[in-house]
Design a protein around this ligand. Structure first.
Ligand code: SF4
Ligand code: SF4
Length: 383
């Protein structure tokens, strides 16, 4: 059973994106001792394959010396486990030296761009685009694989056509995130993407993807189809992540996920005390995450998508209800909408429209007479 450990070397970040909820000014940088203790903790914790993702804040603020020591400590100290690495960074601090270190471990990079320069910089700050693209060039020169996450906000969703065209014309894989309400903001919902709008956006992107199936990858649509057709979640949002995902904060505190880092009430333990699974299970954070699982079984019991949706992201559900279990992931409406749409299109393609249906509604038939879900499934299978 693979598991995931996110390492958060700092919550600091040189950027100041308008809708950010996960960085903190003055956050310390993780010491290499924490990595050594993480290795000692995990040696006894479990022996399954593990992916380490360096996340932030901005993880490259930790600098080359940190990675030059941390990567061999983890890979050699835990060589009995199957290890993989990844990093999520805005690339501003990527130097040839750092790129060389990441390349030695073949580390895939996730970065962020919200679309064309003007739109991106309006949301993420003047100069963001150029700094990220500069880092992107360095990454490419070192053979690193970079994918960009595009955050759609209540503002940028109005420019979805421009954003899609930007990713298509630049040959970039598109992965999107809806902007979450920022807990740091006086007006937390200002940039947040409304669930209905998010659902509509996913359907728009499904259409655009099918029109351009061999020219672009849209990760979210791929993942949604994989979830549906395998009958189980294939990304963290759609599985019971609790107990298989952990985050280690800059001071060694252990949290259920990077999204909780810096929130003391969600600390489950610390790497210095090498906690067992049972020790972590005694924490309030572990308990509330597992209560969410039970809550989903009740609340989503009547939903046809429960097996591969699992109520969505517990962070979205819990934190935005001030720590109480009062609802599932607020993006439920979006998930339902896109899952229903894919199922409906697939059934139409599989079983075809009857003569009567076509005669009664020729325009409806035409709507589906284009590359469809089957073509996408073939593409995913051949990959
Ligand atoms: S809390 Fe949300 S973001 Fe974090 S691992 Fe779970 S599903 Fe993923
Ligand atoms: S779509 Fe909504 S109701 Fe259905 S399982 Fe997901 S969160 Fe629950």
């Amino acid at each position: 059973m693979p598991f995931h450990v996110m390492i958060i070397p700092t919550l600091g970040c040189p950027s100041n994106c308008s809708y950010c909820w996960s960085s903190a000014e003055g956050s310390p940088i993780m010491s290499i001792e924490i990595i050594k203790e993480t290795v000692e903790w995990l040696k006894k914790f479990r022996n399954d394959p593990v992916t380490f993702t360096f996340h932030g804040g901005e993880p490259l603020l930790a600098g080359p010396d940190f990675y030059r020591e941390a990567l061999p400590l983890l890979s050699e100290g835990l060589r009995h486990m199957k290890l993989a690495f990844a990093i999520q960074t805005n690339l501003w601090k990527l130097t040839p030296e750092l790129a060389q270190i990441l390349a030695e471990y073949d580390i895939p990079i996730g970065s962020s761009l919200d679309g064309p320069q003007e739109l991106n910089d309006l949301q993420r700050g003047t100069g963001y685009y150029e700094k990220t693209m500069h880092g992107y060039e360095i990454a490419r020169e070192h053979g690193l694989n970079v994918r960009f996450i595009c955050t759609f906000t209540s503002y940028s969703v109005r420019f979805k056509e421009d954003i899609f065209r930007f990713f298509l014309e630049n040959g970039l894989t598109l992965k999107l995130h809806p902007a979450l309400p920022s807990l740091r903001d006086k007006n937390p919902k200002k940039w947040a993407l409304d669930p209905e709008e998010y659902g509509g956006l996913l359907i728009y992107l499904l259409d655009k993807y099918l029109e351009n199936l061999h020219e672009i990858e849209i990760m979210n649509i791929n993942d949604l189809c994989r979830c549906l057709f395998s009958g189980r979640g294939t990304i963290c949002t759609f599985v019971d992540c609790m107990g298989d995902t952990f985050a280690v904060g800059p001071d060694g505190s252990i949290y259920p996920c990077y999204r909780f880092v810096g929130m003391p009430e969600y600390v489950m333990g610390n790497v210095y005390s090498h906690p067992s699974r049972e020790n972590l299970a005694d924490s309030d954070a572990w308990k509330v995450m597992h209560q969410f699982k039970e809550y989903v079984n009740q609340q989503c019991g009547g939903c046809t998508h429960i097996r591969y949706c699992r109520g969505g992201c517990p962070y979205n559900a819990i934190v935005h209800n001030n720590g109480e279990l009062k609802g599932v992931d607020p993006y439920c409406a979006a998930y339902k909408k896109i899952f229903d749409e894919i199922v409906e299109r697939f059934n139409r393609e599989l079983f075809g429209s009857s003569y009567i249906e076509i005669a009664a509604s020729p325009s409806e038939h035409m709507k589906y007479a284009k590359p469809g879900i089957m073509s996408l499934m073939q593409k995913l299978a051949s990959n």
